[in-house]
Design a protein around this ligand. Sequence first.
Ligand code: G3P
Length: 274
Amino acid sequence: MVQIFLDSADIEEIKEARRAGILDGVTTNPSLIKKAVEKYKNENPRLDLEQYIKDLLIICKGKPVSLEVIGNTFEEMINEGVVLFKRFNKVAKNVYVKIPINPCMEKECTNYSDGIKAIKYLSSHKIPVNCTLILTPEQALLAAKSGARFVSPFIGREDDYIREINKIKFKKEDYFTSEGIKIGRKILDDNSIVSGINLLKEIVEIFRINKIKSKVLAASVRNKRQFREAALAGADIITVPYSVYKELLTHEKTAEGMKKFTEDVVEEYKNLLR
Ligand code: G3P
């Protein structure tokens, strides 16, 4: 059964999702931590981030929580990975260290393989790794080969890239068709990948053919249709922001039906339920 994670560092959102009883894990990244810190610092300017993360891990006991490194060299990433694991895994034994597949911030650089080296190092020291920022099937294969337990393709960001390089205006939450966008007779692509969901499908297929045990974690999922397509594509895990998580349960006719059934309850029936 596909697992559902929450892509959030907001403890209230995580608590709420946990209460529903179907949450399988949590993914965070520095941007999500920043968002949570800004929100909770408004309420408490002396926010203790270490305690905050510990509380978050306790709420998620028994469910993996990914915490990301911030360095971009092999040494920085393994040191931070070890620090994160040592400091936080003792709390609820559910920490996964998130490592970028390639920490380069420019096209040309020398540290392009530091991500996979860090994954290999941490995995061989029994620290579970979630490899992040996957935008090609090749990156996914190398992440798995290096020992990552979770491999996270960024669905929405692949769609963003295809739109950006073709100068198509869009809003972040806009749906992007899994078959890609056709202009004239040509389908827009990124090295033959036509959408984020297409990227996910290829990774799932490569892992199946190669009998790879790493789990494919669909990330950067921005709407419920994309969630459904990720499930159909065979993702092992889908992580969604809280807004999408709530959307998964809603439909106008569900609400309308609820209203009508509630209006139609007769006293005799009500009495039977007391
Ligand atoms: O899990 C990765 C995610 O947080 C990135 O999402 O929508 O900002 O591309 P997004």
